[in-house]
Design a protein around this ligand. Structure first.
Ligand code: G3I
Length: 365
């Protein structure tokens, strides 16, 4: 891996004077999130920014030991038409990762949210044809990255908050069901894991979801644990559980710790797979100021998450913590929800924030 000073030199050569280099990049302290952490710390990335934005790339190179494609491994990117795969985008991320000694975690082979994809929505065929298409998608993708992508979220967000299987759409509540469950039947998750394992027996396979808190309504986390136990009994190859962690600064600490502990009881790997912490607490407020106090609360929460993970998940089960985005300029939160927020450890210019300091400290101690 390049040293920080060599990296700085590379960044400075050939840059127009108008290009401002954030202080954190020109004078990096010797520590980084990855260097102080006892487990892998990762980040969700996009291929274009990795290649075109030097500050973005520098943060990924220096701070993180693992990368996840934010969108490039989703079916809409990798399999844009029924009879055509397009690996270019994710190949670029994988090449970057392998050149720089980073682990790659692929997200997500099967996700109900991809159902807007035209060819998938219009796919005609009986159950057998759906099964062939489902298997072909999984095995073509996993096979292409065999030996390169270390782990996969095989199925993402397949359960409702009440612990039942996501199935039907409900227009009254805007609830999106699962096109996969409707066409493939209730045991499709297990078969997705089997197919992925056949295509790359060396890859670690995860089930990933949100709202896995052990709070007042533990139905969802209990359903995930029950599914994992059932898979273990049946010999379905599952290796880990992903807890997304898109939370607000006021998120309930006990529920988070309880959730981590409950997932760890399965003996599987536990991945905090999509961490970001919203200053807005998910509330729309155009006038919200990112005050010192709010920044401090966010920093405390980042510290708390790192420490809670260490306290709650035994070392051999820690797959790591992945932050969902490199800097506040590119967070999915603002573009997808029309919010104005600053949920990441780096600011819009990829400078370290208070949130970074809290996270670093939590990883260290
Ligand atoms: O690429 C198109 C672009 O051509 C178009 O001009 C633009 C206009 O809206 O949209 C672009 O696509 C967007 C894509 O991100 C790439 O930026 C989609 O609209 C947008 O919906 C998509 O959002 C992603 C979202 O998943 C849905 O796939 C977010 O970036 C991504 O952070 C988010 O990630 C998910 C995890 O995979 C699973 N867990 C939840 C998390 C949020 O849903």
């Amino acid at each position: 891996m390049r040293t920080a000073s060599a990296l700085t030199l590379v960044l400075m050569v050939g840059l127009p004077l108008s290009c401002r280099i954030p202080p954190a990049v020109t004078a990096p302290p010797s520590e980084s999130l990855q260097s102080v952490s006892p487990f892998p710390v990762g980040v969700a990335v996009g291929s274009d920014l990795l290649e075109k934005d030097r500050a973005y790339r520098a943060v990924v190179l220096k701070e993180y030991g693992s990368v996840t494609p934010e969108n490039a491994a989703k079916i809409e990117c990798l399999h844009p038409q029924a009879d055509r795969f397009d690996f270019l985008d994710f190949d670029r991320i994988v090449a970057f990762a392998l050149e720089n000694g980073k682990r790659v975690h692929g997200v997500a082979l099967i996700w109900h949210d991809s159902s807007g994809l035209e060819w998938l929505k219009d796919f005609q065929g009986d159950t057998a044809a759906w099964e062939r298409m489902f298997k072909t998608h999984i095995q073509t993708v996993v096979g292409h990255y065999r030996g390169k992508v270390r782990s996969w979220d095989v199925v993402n967000e397949a359960l409702n908050d009440d612990g039942t299987l996501r199935m039907d759409d409900d227009s009254a509540t805007d609830h999106l069901g699962s096109i996969w469950a409707r066409h493939l039947g209730t045991d499709y998750i297990a078969r997705a894991f089997r197919y992925a394992h056949e295509a790359d027996p060396g890859a670690l396979l995860f089930y990933n979801d949100f709202n896995l808190k052990d709070a007042a309504k533990p139905a969802k986390i209990e359903a995930v644990v029950a599914m994992a136990e059932d898979f273990k009994r049946r010999g379905i190859p599952i290796h880990g559980l992903g807890m997304q962690m898109h939370i607000g600064v006021s998120a309930d600490d006990d529920g988070i710790v309880g959730g981590m502990r409950r997932l760890a009881t399965t003996g599987l790997l536990v991945h905090i797979s999509e961490l970001d912490i919203l200053a807005s607490d998910w509330k729309k407020d155009a006038g919200l100021a990112y005050s010192d106090e709010l920044q401090q609360r966010q920093s405390d929460k980042y510290r708390f998450i790192a420490q809670a993970y260490k306290r709650s998940v035994p070392p051999r089960q820690r797959y790591g913590i992945t932050v969902w985005g490199v800097g506040d300029a590119v967070t999915w939160i603002n573009s997808n929800f029309g919010l104005q927020d600053w949920p990441l450890p780096f600011d819009r210019d990829y400078r370290r924030k208070k949130a970074y300091d809290g996270f670093l400290e939590g990883l260290k101690r």
